[in-house]
Design a protein around this ligand. Structure first.
Ligand SMILES: [Zn+2]
Length: 490
């Protein structure tokens, strides 16, 4: 997600062995056709900041969603097949699912089992043994609506699937909100692969993340099928239904072709604004390594926020959306999240600094090299702001639950990265940064893991640095910077 307010402008090897995986696909019992990617094996958890989300029993491996959007009544009809691993012995599993979506049928491994919907939880009773793999099938329908966001940001009042009077639908869902359109372990540590099929009125399109594998237009409806092959956290999935056009933008060098999905009638103007995406992606690639996924798109929705959905950056282009959301620096920020946030994901919402800090730092370096304020000016400003942000919204890794996405998780860690770069030197910093997004098993990281890895990678003991900057209540940047550094690699 972009910076709030005006600033936005400018392994489980053992389990694998137990379920019979050799690194390839795994089959769910009784379902020879259902496979899931071994890379989707996670250590699931209840989120410490948002304990209403997540379940430490369900390790989602693959979601197969068949969705139909009924425009006149703004009704979502869903059939879902979730392939999951039981992460421990249990008698009950709990998925996040909006109370507005009512489940009409549910089977576990082809057997009807008792279930109930309690608030925004779907509770299924069944004996599960640690490391057993299962298939949960359910049918649901309802009129989706977003929920209040745990934030004081103007552009983050609600999260989840939002609908317009005209029957369009789109979603921004950080830190949670996927549960407003499917039954999900809505916690970032539990990454999974996805197949999403969306049926819409024939003149509209149903859009989701990943590769488009099929599109069929029938007299009464259009069906689009999407596949996310690299495990994704639930908050990085996306869904939009509306009158969309698809346009290609040339990539740069060996970068991917970029597909723009834009509202009909405004596509020409928006396409012109987004024509630099290929070059800007290449700028990031020189710092972070090759783009990590097999497709990349930008989706322009009627909302007024921006989110780093995996392989499909979702930006608000609605009437109330600031024009800055389609500016190059904001797009660079969201594209940086493809490495820092999507490929490597905070394991809990305590660690949101981990994705936002690096995206903000890279955005600032990009602006410095493209006619914006120099990095020394920016970091001087951050230095000045840091004590106030820490006092207002807490340390970046210990913010109050109702202050999600405040400036403190952007600016303070961005300044920390700059100080780390000054301490370890450019060569060590950029080499470590390039290795970092692919360094963590399961594609998730937390503060202690990050501090240990960066210390090892740079040869400097950074544990006290991370501790002071991210968990400390006193201003961490009491000392002036140790000297200017330039605007970054090549
Ligand atoms: Zn962000």
């Amino acid at each position: 997600m972009g910076l709030p307010g005006r600033r936005g402008r400018a392994a489980l090897a053992a389990s694998l062995a137990l379920v019979g995986l050799g690194g390839g696909a795994l089959a769910a019992p009784g379902s020879p056709g259902t496979t899931a990617d071994a890379r989707a094996v996670s250590q699931p958890r209840v989120d410490p900041v948002y304990p209403g989300t997540g379940d430490d029993v369900v390790d989602a491996l693959h979601y197969d969603l068949r969705l139909s959007w009924l425009r006149p009544t703004r009704t979502l009809v869903g059939r879902e097949r979730l392939t999951f691993r039981a992460a421990r012995d249990a008698d009950v599993l709990r998925l996040d699912l909006s109370r507005r979506l009512r489940v009409s049928a549910l089977r576990l491994d082809d057997v009807a089992v008792p279930f109930r919907q309690h608030g925004d939880d779907l509770v299924v009773r069944a004996p599960l043994t640690a490391d057993s793999v299962h298939r949960l099938d359910l049918a649901y329908r309802g009129r989706p609506a977003p929920v209040r966001a745990p934030s004081v940001r103007d552009d983050l009042r609600s999260v989840g699937l939002t609908t317009s009077r005209g029957g369009q639908a789109w979603t921004f869902q950080q830190p949670y909100g996927a549960f407003t359109w499917y039954a999900v372990d809505d916690q970032p540590a539990d990454k999974a692969t996805y197949d999403v099929r969306v049926a819409t009125p024939p003149a509209w399109r149903g859009v989701s993340g990943g590769r488009l594998v099929a599109e069929r237009r029938l007299p009464t409806r259009r069906v689009m099928r999407w596949r996310l092959d690299v495990p994704a956290a639930a908050y990085t999935t996306t869904l939009a239904v509306g009158p969309y056009e698809r346009r290609g933008v040339r990539g740069a060098g060996d970068g991917p072709r970029i597909v723009l999905t834009l509202p009909t009638g405004r596509a020409d103007r928006l396409e012109r604004r987004l024509r630099h995406l290929g070059a800007d992606l290449a700028w990031l690639g020189r710092r972070l390594g090759p783009y990590p996924f097999d497709s990349l798109g930008v989706l322009g929705v009627p909302g007024a926020s921006a989110l780093e959905a995996q392989s499909l950056v979702t930006i608000g282009v609605g009437r109330r959306a600031p024009r800055s959301l389609t500016s190059r620096p904001v797009l660079v920020h969201e594209l940086a999240h493809q490495w820092c946030g999507d490929l490597l994901t905070p394991s809990t919402w305590r660690d949101v600094w981990l994705s936002e800090g690096l995206a903000t730092y890279l955005q600032a370096l990009y602006e410095a090299q493209h006619g914006g304020p120099g990095i020394d000016d920016v970091t001087t400003y951050w230095h000045y702001e840091e004590p106030r942000l820490r006092a207002d919204a807490g340390p970046p890794a210990a913010y109050p639950a109702e202050r999600f996405g405040d400036d403190n998780v952007y600016v303070i860690p961005a300044l920390m990265w700059h100080r780390i770069r000054q301490q370890v030197g450019d060569a060590a910093f950029w080499a470590a940064l390039r290795a970092w997004p692919t360094s963590q098993p399961g594609g998730v990281a937390d503060l202690d893991g990050a501090a240990a890895w960066w210390s090892e990678a740079t040869g400097h003991d950074l544990v006290p640095v991370f501790e002071r900057w991210l968990r400390g209540t006193d201003p961490a940047d009491a000392q002036a910077s140790s000297g200017p550094v330039d605007g970054g690699a090549g």
